[in-house]
Design a protein around this ligand. Sequence first.
Ligand code: GLN
Ligand code: ZN
Length: 756
Amino acid sequence: MSISHIIGMPRIGENREIKFAIESFWNKKYNENDLKYIFNKICLKNWNLQSYYNISYITVGDFCLYDHVLNMLTILGAIPTRFNFNTKNINYKKYFQMARGNKNNKPMEMTKWFNTNYHYLVPEWTKNIKFKNGKYNWLLNNIRKAKSIYKNIKVTIIGPLTLLYLGKKKGNLKNKLFLLKKIINGYKILLLKIKKEGINIIQIEEPILTLKLKKEWLIAFKKVYKEFKKININILLVTYFEELKNYNLIKKLPIYGIHIDIINNNFKNIGKFLNIWSNKKIISIGIINGRNIWKTNIIKKILKLKKLSIKYKNNLWISSSCSFLHIPLNLKNEFLIDNEIKKWLSFAKQKIKEIKYISDFLKNNIKLSNKYIYKNLISINNKKKSFKNKNKLVEKEFKIIKKKKYNRFSSFKNRKKKQFKKYNLPIFPTTLIGSFPQTKEIRNLRFLFKNKKINYLNYLNKIRNEIKLNINLQEKLNLDVLVHGEPERNDMVEYFGEQLWGFEFTSNGWVQSYGTRCVKPPIIYGDIYRPNSITKNISKFSQSLTLKPVKGMLTGPITMIKWSFTRNDQKIKYTAIQMSIALKKEVYDLKKNGIKIIQIDEPAFKEGLPIKKRERKKYLKIAVKCFKISCGNIEDEIQIHTHMCYSKFNNILKYISKMNADVITIETSRSNMNILNNFKKFKYSNDIGPGIYDIHSPKIPNIIDIVKLIKKTYKVINYKKIWINPDCGLKTRNWKETIESLKNMVIACKIIRKNL
Ligand code: GLN
Ligand code: ZN
C-alpha cells in the first residue's frame, strides 16, 4: 500500500479568479464576503481535484489570499508590531495593508522564496513581537469546511524554524533564536487547536533543513520538535528544493515522517539517508517535479520506487517534490501550444494524475501495461526522437562561440572618455529604466493586434505614436539618455521569446509571482535561435525622433532563462549560451543601425544564485560569461548598460564587476542607499545609477527627499560615476504619477549639479 498526497496547490485559480477578486476588493467593488466566497470556491476546486484522483490525503491550509508567510504570521498573531494592529481584529483590509503599506507604514519587505520566482513577505522580528491571539479561525474554518466533505485530511503549515529563519531582525533584537520560546508556545496553541478539529496528521514545512545550519539552529530543531511531541499529533516534516542535510538531527527528531524532494537530490545522497531512516516511520518521496512542466517518465519513476516500496511497505508515501505553487494549474486550458509539444507537458492537475498512477501501481491496483502508463511511455519516447527541439545551425554557432573570450576592447576609463565626449553627457546624467505606464489602452491595442482585430500597419502606427509621445515627454522633461518606453512589450521575457525559435507560449499558464501578480513563463523546449532582428526597427525609429541617445533595450540571457521553464534534456548552461548568442546578434544589429547605448536587463541575475554555496561560483561564472558573449565584444563607443532590481549584492559584486557594463542601474530605495556601501567597499570601478525613488509605490517623491538621497550617493561613490534614475521601469505606474515624479527627479538633479 502506498499513500499519495500533494504538498500544496497553485492558489490563483484556473482563470486567475483570486487575482481579479482581490483587485476588486482593493477597488471597493467587492466586500470581505465576496472575497471569502471566491476563496472558498477555489479551495473547494483544489480539494475536489485531489479527491477526484483518489489522492489519499486532501491537503488543507496551503491556500491563502496574498502570501503564505504573511498568512502564517497572521494566524499566529505575529504580525509586524509597527503596524499597531490588534491581531484579533485583523481583517482582509488590514491584512493587505501589511502587504502593500498604508498611510503610516511602508509595506513589508518582499523577497524570494528560496530559489523560486515566488516572493514572500519578510517577517519582522522585534523583541516585543507576540505569538498570541492569532487569527486561528482563518485556518480552522478552512479545516472545518474540508472536514465536512472529506474523510482524510492533512493540514499544512510553515514550520516555526523556517519562519524564524526567513524573518529579519528589527530594533534591538540581537538573535532571532531569542524568540524561540515564544514561537514554540505560539505554535503549540495552534497545534492544539488543529488537533481539536479532529486532525491527526500535520504537514510542517521546514525547507531550511536543506540548508547548512549553524549548531544553534540544530539545537533549536531538537527543542521545537520535542515540545511538539507533547501535543501528540503526527508530524510529517516537509523539506524541498535542495539536497537534504542534517541527517543525524532528522533521524533523532520525534516525528511521524519526513518528506524529501528527490528531484533535487542525487540518489546516492538519498540512499545514505534511507540507510538510517527506520521503516517504522513514514518516508514521503517527492518524485514528481513540482517546479517544471514536463511530463514525468512514469515507468522510470516506478522502477526507482520499487525497492523502497519493499522496505517501507505501508510507510511509503508518494508526492511531488514541492508545492505546485510554482507551475500552472491545468494543461487542458491551453489551445495555442503546438500539438506535438503539448504532449510532452504536464501541469499541476496532470501531475496529480501522475502521482495517482504511480501510487496505484505500487498498490498493485494496475499493471505496467495499463493504458495510461503505455501512453505516457509513448510521449516520453516521442520527445526523445523528435526533431522539433534540435537545430543544426545553433549547434554550429555554439562550437565557434565556446572558444573566445569576449572582453571589451579597452578599459572602462578609456571607454568612458570616448562615450561621454560623443554623447555630450553632463555630470549626474539622467535616464530611465525602460518602460512607461502600461495603460489599459496600450494593453488593449496589443490585444487587438494579437487577435487580428487590427492590421499590422494600423498597430505599428499607434505604437509609433506612443513612442513619439514618450520621446517628446522626455525631451520636455530634459532627460539625458532616453528610452522608447516599451509599449510594444507585454512582458520583457515573452516579447523576446516570441520572436525566437525554441520558445513556446501558453495562453493561460499563469504562475503567482507575489500577491496578485502572476506571470506566464514561456517554455523553452528546443535550441534557441534568432531568425530575424527583434528590436532593430523600433529602436531605429525611436532614435530618429531625437538628437539625444535612445537606449536599445534588451532582456539579458540569465533573465530570459530564469523566468522561463527550461528544458529537461539539456544542461541549463547550454541553453543560456544559446540565448546569449541570439542576443549577441541583436546587439550587433542595433550597433549597425546607429544605436549607441544598449541596455541589457538582468533583474534575475542574483535570483539565479544557487542555494548551495559550492554551486554558486560555477553559476556566477557562467552568468558573467553569458553577459559577455552578448555584448562584450563591441566597440568602445558603444555604451552598455545593465539593470538589476533589488538585490543584496554583497558577495557577488566581484562577478558583477566582471560583467564590465559601462553603467549599472539598480534598485536602492528599499535599502535606503545602503547597498552603495558595498560598491564602495569593493571599489567598484564603473558607473552606477542608484534608483532615487521607489517605483513600486504610488507616492510621488518630493524634491527635497530626492536631493537628500542623491547627496547620500556621492558621499559614498565618486560623483562622476553617478547616474540619476528611478528604481526600475514605470510600467506599473499611471501617467500622472510618472510625470510628476520625473519632473521632481530632474529638478532635484539640477539642484545638485548647481550646488556641487
Ligand atoms: N526594462 C524593463 C522595464 O523598464 C526592466 C524591468 C525589470 O527590471 N524587471 O520595465
Ligand atoms: Zn528593475
